[in-house]
Design a protein. Structure first.
Length: 113
């Protein structure tokens, strides 16, 4: 960082108006730095919130897909049990299939942003 070298090499030797001007410049620079740091913090906070929101949306979408595929697996297993003549188990798996598909269909769709 470069610094303004005071006249004569000593800060105390500066005339009062020039010293006040330098103090005002330093104060203005500190205010500007504080504003910049606030903006940076807000930007990081917004990015973090956006990442959390996106992760939650992905989790909701994947859970819907998981319900659908779980229901599909139950349907396949039910068909196998029906072919083997185990109709009690096949009916229970069919109930699980329908419940899973209804749950997947009725899960709230996340809003598109």
């Amino acid at each position: 960082m470069t610094s303004i070298s005071p006249l004569g090499g000593q800060g105390e030797d500066l005339p009062e108006p020039l010293r006040r001007t330098l103090d005002e410049m330093i104060a203005d620079a500190e205010k500007e730095l504080a504003v910049h740091q606030d903006r940076l913090r807000q930007m990081h906070r917004r990015r973090r919130r956006r990442q959390y929101r996106d992760a939650a949306r992905r989790a909701r979408e994947h859970s819907r897909a998981g319900l659908f595929w779980g229901g599909s697996a139950a349907c396949t297993a039910g068909a196998v049990f029906a072919l083997l003549g185990m109709y009690d188990i096949a009916m229970e798996l069919l109930k699980v299939t329908v419940a899973a598909w209804i749950a997947a269909a009725s899960a709230t769709q996340p809003p598109r942003t």
